[in-house]
Ligand binder design. Sequence first.
Ligand SMILES: *Cc1c(COP(=O)(O)O)cnc(C)c1O
Length: 370
Amino acid sequence: MIPFLDLKGINAKYREDLISACTDVIDSGWYIQGTQCKAFEEEFAAYCGTKYCIGVANGLDALTLTLRSYKELGVISDGDEVIVPANTYIASILAISENNLTPVLVEPNINTCLIDPKEIEKNITSKTKAILPVHLYGQTCEMDEINKIAKKYNLKVIEDSAQSHGAMFKDKKCGNLGDASGFSFYPGKNLGALGDGGAITTNDEELATTIRAIANYGSHKKYENLYKGVNSRLDELQAALLRVKLKHLDEDTNHRRTIANLYLEKIKNKNIILPTLTDENNHVWHVFVIRTNKREELQKYLLDNGIQTLIHYPIAPNKQEAYKEWKLNSYPISEKIHDEVLSLPISPILSLDDANRVICVMNNYRHSFE
Ligand SMILES: *Cc1c(COP(=O)(O)O)cnc(C)c1O
């Protein structure tokens, strides 16, 4: 069986260094907000090209705390609208509603599956205060267009970079393409911890200071509380493990690109639509997503042939019970994407032999009605 993602294998590659990082933390006697977290924040900010990085507990918190901080700074208020793609992982949208803000879902481009800038502008109202573009599947959004719209209407741009560590738009990395950016280090992400983790990157000092305080009980200074904050911190153990893996992120990404290029070059089947690259061509391939109108059949065929696949994601956010108020709204492009996508195995350790087997099986696939 070719597994969709072999996390054990991915971490086994760095086993010795991961163990030694753990030992250092154990022996340091300091487990929260110490030297490892500080060093990781500096290294990740340098990697993204930003002035600041704040480690937090997970990716959802990274986005939630950014919006919360803009509220504390008086930039955004209860009931304001935040524009977000209609096709994203639910966390992007939860971060908005959790802050008593209104998510405004916007259709993506059917080919890239990324938010469509033309649709953004159509959905702006007097209540719109921010855009939350998601660099979905590992490819950056059209940031020139998005930043132009944001400037015109005086909106904040908060990137959701949870799937795109290291992806670039022109000469800048994601995390440095808007006003602030949320990252996730969930184990399956391109930069994955061995547990939960997240971070915010920004060049805005006031925002960085505010996020740091709110994530630490609302406190800038021990035992003084400026805000009704929360506890959301990146612990020393995860930070130390992430430092090991950050050093290898680019080489891991290069392997993902090798696999993706093989798939793009060699999968030839008229029943399957391969992913579309934007002009920037800087995809970091968090997932390799194809489209087919016979998804269930293809997924079963692949499994029967020893290939495990996943769906990112099977249910459109506007069809989720949690957002039943949107049940009657229609987002035909997003819904079509949700009905047709299927993710093939791709990872830093997928062998070329396994990739060639996936290609061979895919090329032998025929719709049952043919
Ligand atoms: C994973 C993910 C998140 C949430 O990250 P967690 O660390 O799991 O909370 C947010 N947005 C997107 C697009 C994601 O893929």
